[in-house]
Design a protein around this ligand. Structure first.
Ligand SMILES: *Cc1c(COP(=O)(O)O)cnc(C)c1O
Length: 457
């Protein structure tokens, strides 16, 4: 479609209907890449024609339309649901002013107010904010901050720089860019094929599961203390997802493990980077999982739900003390600056999303979701193919004894009225916080339908 500026102003979305879904899917296949997908053997595709509240209207290539519950919150982010009036208004109001300006040498109200709001909500003294455009980018920035911190500290004492590497937890996931990939699980993560072209980082064993015996946690802690002690001179820092490892396997672990990492990194002046991109803004119960564990990291990454899922934006938070140490290094500056940093439209909607968080409905919603998911999924442990059911906050994962067929699983879930996207041996959900009890019952029934479809295979 080519529109001159004058005709463009006259075009409203409602007068320009999208092409039919079957045509859309055919054209998509000819032109687009999808995440972790092949262009020659593409999986089934659904066209989204509408989204409101917790529901998506999906049409498949046979032209069959369904209105289903989004059990994935569009990958953790749509916590308040689609077409939320407050978030819609924030986007429209900012769009009527200006949608983007560079952030080098310029500032604007949405960025300043968002930073103040984030600093106010964040644990401890984390009140210095770097606004980036995606979760992976915040991880890159966090790793660079940690390295710059060590460069600065080394310079201050006149030593030789050896502290350049990172320790990460096995089973972790931190994003898809090169630096982030280097701290994802090197074997079970999605980036094993790149092992030879990435920096070799150090991996700590995955902490014992939430609810494990204190002795198991103590054994883990001894091992980690020893490894970090032995590597203290070559490490810049430690990175982890707090309490819940997401895309690396939906593994919830004992918060004591996080306190051990805080204690050891503090003792050796290693930078503790906590990646709350998935867990932030209430997903696991507390506002931040690290806060629930009673720790304050040196560097905190948030993303995904920050804009209520409306636009792509993420943030890195540090203390002013840490930021001053970085700024005192030889470069005299943090060496990072994305084009779309602090995008005003994204900042405005993130600010509005934080206002909804501040209003606090999630504090009742998340525990209710946790309790309903646990009650609705408990019986699945009776299935001969189910090896584990894990529920934490507004998340649930059912682990099978074999990899799920993603196409059969997605179809079984759709037939039960829910959009799910299982991966590996996991059928999992992290619904929008606004789901009703009936919606949750539909989700748990859909997960059971996937398990039954796998039993029958
Ligand atoms: C999704 C995710 C990322 C990457 O964020 P993107 O916005 O996809 O780049 C990093 N860390 C964790 C824990 C995540 O869940």
């Amino acid at each position: 479609m080519s529109l001159s500026p004058t005709t463009a102003t006259a075009v409203r979305p409602s007068t320009c209907p999208p092409p039919p879904a079957d045509d859309l899917i055919r054209r998509d296949r000819a032109r687009l890449w999808h995440p972790y997908a092949s262009t020659t053997a593409p999986g089934p595709l659904q066209a989204v024609t509408d989204a409101e509240g917790v529901r998506l209207t999906l049409t498949d290539e046979a032209g069959v339309s369904r209105r289903v519950i989004d059990g994935m919150s569009s990958w953790w982010c749509m916590i308040h649901g689609y077409r939320h009036p407050v978030l819609d208004a924030a986007v429209h109001e900012q769009a009527a002013r200006f949608t983007h300006v560079m952030f080098g040498g310029l500032t604007h109200a949405p960025a300043v107010q968002l930073a103040e709001s984030l600093a106010d909500l964040a644990p401890g003294d984390l009140d210095r904010v770097f606004l980036a455009d995606s979760g992976s980018v915040t991880v890159e920035v966090a790793l660079k901050m940690a390295r710059q911190y060590q460069i600065s500290r080394t310079q201050a004492v006149g030593g030789r720089l050896t502290r350049t590497r990172f320790a990460a937890l096995e089973g972790g996931y931190h994003g898809d860019t090169l630096g982030a990939m280097s701290v994802c699980d090197p074997v079970t993560g999605m980036h094993a094929a790149f092992a030879d072209s990435l920096p070799r980082e150090l991996f700590l064993p995955r902490p014992p599961r939430l609810g494990a015996a204190p002795e198991a946690v103590a054994v883990w802690a001894d091992r980690v203390r020893t490894v970090l002690h032995d590597h203290r001179d070559v490490l810049a820092g430690v990175i982890c997802e707090p309490v819940l490892q997401g895309a690396g396997g939906m593994w919830s672990y004992d918060p004591e493990a996080l306190r051990v990492l805080r204690e050891v990194t503090h003792a050796y002046d290693l930078v503790l980077v906590v990646d709350e991109i998935a867990t932030g803004f209430g997903r696991t119960g507390p506002l931040f999982a690290s806060e629930g564990a009673g720790i304050v990291p040196d560097v905190l990454c948030v993303g995904k739900a920050m804009t209520g899922g409306y636009l792509t934006q993420a943030a890195v938070l540090t203390s002013d003390r840490f930021a001053r140490a970085v700024s005192a290094g030889p470069q005299r500056a943090l060496m990072h600056g994305p084009t779309f940093m602090a995008n005003p439209l994204a900042s405005a909607v993130a600010l509005a999303s934080l206002e909804l968080i501040r209003a606090g409905a999630w504090r009742a919603q998340v525990p209710r979701i946790e309790q309903r998911l646990a009650a609705g999924l408990a019986h699945l442990t009776d299935s001969p193919i189910v090896t584990d059911v894990r529920v934490l906050g507004a998340t649930a994962a059912v682990e099978l004894d074999h990899p799920v067929d993603p196409w059969i699983a997605a179809r079984a879930a759709l037939d039960a009225g829910v959009w799910l996207r299982p991966f590996g041996r996991l059928v999992y959900t992290m619904p929008p916080y606004i789901v009703t009890d009936d919606d949750i019952a539909t989700i748990t029934a859909a997960i059971a339908a996937v398990v039954h479809a796998e039993e029958a295979r």
